[in-house]
Design a protein around this ligand. Structure first.
Ligand code: ADP
Ligand code: ADP
Length: 228
């Protein structure tokens, strides 16, 4: 069963032109893939439809074959525990510690305190920030801040992680490290979809690539065909 499926999805913003037109694809569990394309191609819109900050105008988005059109109201926060999001600008709380930032989704979900401590430390270990849990994000480098954002997104053990230009503000070496971190997630049960306009970085990762052009899915490239 695909973990994610777009079935002839179109999206038109109120008063705008079509940001996505007739987009169809499926993602299998344990995949890591990219969506690329020029600025304005529709990458962010595609991700917003997955974490329900927008709704399609036509067609269906399905997570584990469940149509997200049926996920409304109180079910939206539950959905967001299954689908983690990483933003380019981290969106961290600057007046809270690293630990508190990562713990936040679990606190909101009502997870018992002892469990929160355990899980936060496991993910901080995973992103290499175990010794920084008391720091404020402001004291960290931008690469470290991005890793806090990733830790917060994976602490709920999502089925799927979507990331919108997660390396946009990082130098090439840090960007490559963050990508390696994403690449390690499928083995732990989280599929990963990364939007990036950085073709150089995307090609080096040798994963499946969806290419958007003016809202249309114009290519779906298998890793073995990437060299060309
Ligand atoms: P990308 O992430 O590839 O840069 P976006 O999904 O942000 O592309 O944008 C796709 C198109 O939709 C662009 O023409 C953009 O201006 C438009 N768009 C994006 N968000 C909105 C919005 N909230 N309201 C109106 N138009 C939008
Ligand atoms: P991104 O591509 O990372 O979403 P943008 O700068 O395109 O970044 O968009 C920033 C915000 O502005 C988003 O919340 C988006 O919904 C909104 N936005 C983008 N394009 C438009 C547009 N043409 N009209 C209205 N809102 C827009």
């Amino acid at each position: 069963m695909p973990i994610l499926r777009f079935d002839n999805v179109s999206k038109r913003y109120p008063g705008g032109h079509e940001a996505l037109t007739d987009v169809s694809f499926a993602v299998e569990p344990g995949e890591m893939l990219f969506v690329t394309g020029h600025s304005g191609a529709g990458k962010s819109t595609l991700l917003r439809l997955i974490h329900l900050s927008e709704r399609p105008s036509r067609g269906a988005v399905l997570v584990e074959e469940r149509n997200l059109a049926k996920v409304r109201g109180r079910r939206v926060p539950l959905h967001r525990r299954k689908v983690g999001v990483v933003f380019q600008d981290h969106r961290l709380l600057m007046d809270r510690s690293v630990f508190e930032n990562v713990a936040l989704p679990l606190v909101i979900a009502g997870t018992p305190r002892a469990e929160i401590g355990k899980r936060v430390r496991v993910v901080l270990e995973k992103v290499g920030l175990a010794d920084r849990e008391r720091a404020r994000p402001i004291e960290l480098s931008s690469g470290e801040q991005q890793r806090v954002g990733i830790a917060r997104a994976v602490v709920s053990q999502p089925l799927l992680l979507v990331a919108d230009e997660p390396t946009g503000n990082l130098d090439p070496q840090l960007a490559a490290e963050i990508m390696q971190l994403f690449a390690s997630l499928p083995a732990q049960g989280t599929s990963v979809l990364v939007a990036s306009h950085d073709l150089h970085l995307v090609k080096r990762m040798r994963r499946r690539v969806l290419v958007l052009d003016h809202g249309r899915l114009v290519d779906d490239i298998a890793p073995e065909d990437l060299a060309a």
